[in-house]
Design a binder for this molecule. Structure first.
Ligand SMILES: C[S@@+](CC[C@H](N)C(=O)[O-])C[C@H]1O[C@@H](n2cnc3c(N)ncnc32)[C@H](O)[C@@H]1O
Length: 224
């Protein structure tokens, strides 16, 4: 039997990378997750019951000897330092700037491949340093622009910018209908959902579908 490629899934969220690697593509095995949010940890535990979950990327460096060599480190490191949705982007000065941690861990596990995912704002802030870091360790880099499905749908419409709600927010009913950010009363997500479902709240199933997860992926019961 062909050996599976080992994946270390950092900033795992609700497991999008591992879902794609293990279930949509195949031939990959997630060795461990690292995710700080408790709701996301529960979603991961439900969908990947045999995969260990570590809590904080800042502490993971002390554990990497457990993994041995890893083929692929992936991670959507937090985007708030670069996101265009913020009026005050701090980049590397932001406490949530965690690319450095991801890079250190990747070096420690001698990853052949590193896959980073982030917002478009990274291109005007932060990307250059990341590419320099990678080059300094002999990695060749390639940047891809992958439009989110929602971008395609709203392309020609005049909807305002709002970060995609987290699965947690979605499970709680989403942003309130009058949620106000940067003087924008209508959120694009709400507007989009209103087009389709005629409701004022974002539903978890809607987010799951929009992001390509199977229905019920984030549905938890008390035992999860
Ligand atoms: C952009 S999301 C990643 C989404 C993910 N790719 C998915 O498929 O759901 C970033 C994630 O990093 C997590 N995070 C932030 N700081 C962290 C830390 N210090 N250690 C581990 N995870 C962290 C957040 O809770 C969030 O779920």
């Amino acid at each position: 039997m062909e050996e599976k490629l080992k994946v270390l899934d950092l900033f795992s969220g609700i497991g999008g990378f591992s879902y794609a690697c293990e279930h949509l593509v195949g031939g990959f095995e997630t060795v461990a997750f690292c995710e700080i949010d408790k709701f996301c940890q529960r979603v991961l535990r439900k969908n990947f019951p045999n995969t260990p979950i570590y809590k904080d990327v800042k502490e993971l460096k002390n554990e990497t000897n457990r993994f041995g060599r890893i083929d692929i480190v992936c991670g959507g490191f937090p985007c708030q330092p670069f996101s265009l949705a913020s009026h005050n982007r701090k980049g590397t000065e932001d406490d949530r700037y965690l690319w450095g941690e991801m890079f250190e861990i990747s070096k420690m596990v001698k990853a052949d491949w590193i896959i980073g995912e982030n917002v478009v704002g990274l291109q005007s802030m932060g990307l250059e340093q990341i590419l320099l870091d990678l080059e300094s360790e002999g990695y060749q880099s390639q940047v891809f622009n992958i439009p989110a499905p929602v971008e395609q749908i709203i392309k020609d419409k005049d909807y305002s910018l709002l970060p995609t709600p987290t699965a947690h927010l979605a499970q709680e009913g989403g942003y309130p209908a009058d949620w106000n950010r940067n003087d924008c009363l209508t959120t694009r997500i709400l507007a989009l959902e209103n087009l389709h479902l005629q409701t004022g709240k974002v539903k978890a199933e809607f987010i799951e579908e929009m992001m390509g997860y199977p229905k019920g992926w984030t549905q938890l019961d008390e035992s999860d």
